[in-house]
Design a protein around this ligand. Structure first.
Ligand code: TYD
Ligand code: ZN
Length: 421
């Protein structure tokens, strides 16, 4: 393990407290999107501690180790999936944001972590002016080529002031699946203050901690995801920085997310009833107490053991197993459940940047779907967030007697004939 590129968390990034509950430790795990070129030896591959703690004051769930963002994001192999599910989701985000922020023609929409520009293209179709901010130069270049102006920097207070000076104030600042990746959230909120119009909205989409806990989506824990938020925790954070939580929508993408909007505390916004309802649900449902997190850790261990046993038993019985979707969460799942080349022959994935490489830590070859000569007997569904779309697309595989192993919340096998535990 290389320690010069990690920072260990001491004070909570939301409330400053140092009173932490240890939740679970997965040991050292490589970076989830660190797909490797095929090599004779992978001895130089780095792995970093993957441990989760919960703040006893504000109930932020956080990783203990923060990997230097330069290591994680300057060239980034994660590109927004061009699946139907994601395209539909992006249109939903446009609709919700337009309804909530009341966007007018020509209003400025700034997206942080704009990736290859898909979400902003969907906004531009509705007449908005758009600007992306993304530190990954390889992705910013693709976005620019597609006509989405993109500043290739981290979104911080300096970048935000420069953007405001050049483009004016934004009616909507959007961060989809990026806020949970940020360590210094306070500086980002200072940037939001500098850039947001008086009546603008700051809208973020983050995995919802309640869904992580309820659905046991423990494989969504990896180094890029520094924070797992409850609405109560976000509300605490916004209030400390002059913002008011205004709206929240629960969404099904990535195993359960929330789209949360905040406006200036002194602005025209009122808090929607649903925000209060969710905060109340979190309090009454035990999400603010140690017991919830002790129980989570025990359930994770049980699922992991069950999945390892299931896959090993299938292989021992002579079945061929492969991975479907070399997702980032697949990296966590395979590494912490101890599933590797002895169990999975290959992983298939539609992302060109991953094909021809091997999976982080487990070194399973990643194949383009068209390069799979002989389908396996079972696919372990590493991209379970697309289960419905994938099973529809792979109906011929199911018709031929193939099975999908869905790993969470508990391992289940789906075949045309039966669904078994
Ligand atoms: P993604 O949902 O982006 O999640 P993560 O954040 O965990 O990486 O990952 C899905 C992966 O699955 C992505 O690499 C693309 C791949 N994929 C397929 O190979 N086939 C498919 O039909 C779909 C929908 C996704
Ligand atoms: Zn805290």
């Amino acid at each position: 393990m290389s320690t010069d590129v990690i920072r260990f968390v001491t004070a909570c990034r939301v409330c400053g407290s140092e009173r932490w509950q240890k939740v679970i430790s997965f040991g050292n795990v490589p970076l989830a999107n660190g797909f490797l070129e095929v090599a004779d030896s992978y001895a130089h591959e780095q792995a970093y501690p993957l441990e989760v703690i919960s703040c006893r004051e504000c109930r932020l769930l956080s990783l203990t180790a923060v990997v230097d963002p330069h290591v994680l994001y300057r060239t980034y192999s994660y590109v927004t999936s061009d699946s139907e599910t994601m395209a539909r989701h992006m249109r939903t985000v446009v609709r919700l944001c337009r309804e909530q922020a009341g966007l007018a023609e020509d209003d400025l929409v700034v997206e942080l972590g704009s990736n290859t520009g898909d979400q902003l293209l969907a906004f531009r179709e509705t007449g908005a002016r758009v600007l992306g901010v993304d530190p990954a130069r390889n992705l910013a270049k693709i976005a620019e080529d597609r006509g989405v102006p993109t500043v290739s920097e981290y979104f911080d207070s300096t970048t935000a002031r420069a953007v405001a000076a050049e483009h004016g104030r934004a009616s909507l600042i959007l961060g989809r699946h990026v806020f949970a990746h940020i360590d210094d959230v306070v500086d980002v909120l200072a940037g939001v203050h500098a850039l947001l119009a008086e009546d603008g909205l700051f809208t973020i989409e983050v995995p919802y901690a309640v869904d992580l806990l309820d659905r046991l989506a423990f494989d969504t824990i990896y180094h890029e995801h520094l924070s797992y938020f409850l609405i109560s925790t976000l509300d605490t954070l916004f209030a400390r920085h002059g913002l008011r939580t205004v709206h929240v929508e629960r969404l099904t993408v990535h195993g359960g997310s929330v789209l949360v909007s905040a406006g200036r505390a002194e602005g025209p916004w009122r808090t929607h009833e649903r925000v209060r309802e969710l905060i109340e649900h979190e309090r009454c449902g035990g999400y603010l107490s140690d017991g919830m997190y002790e129980d989570f850790a025990a359930r994770v261990r049980k699922t992991c053991d069950g999945l390892s046993r299931l896959v090993r038993d299938l292989v021992a019985d002579g079945h061929r197993v492969a991975g479907y979707g070399a997702s980032a969460k697949g990296t966590t799942l395979l590494n912490i459940c101890g599933l590797g080349r002895d169990e999975l022959e290959f992983c298939t994935d539609t992302t060109p940047q991953k094909q021809g490489r091997v999976t982080p830590g487990t070194h399973i070859p990643v194949l383009a779907p068209g390069d799979v000569r002989q389908p396996p007997d079972y696919y372990l569904l590493l991209a379970w967030n697309y289960a419905e779309e994938i099973m529809r697309k792979e109906s011929a595989f199911l018709d031929a007697g193939g099975g999908f192993i869905v790993p969470v919340p508990e391992p289940t096998v789906h075949t045309r004939a039966v669904t078994t535990l």
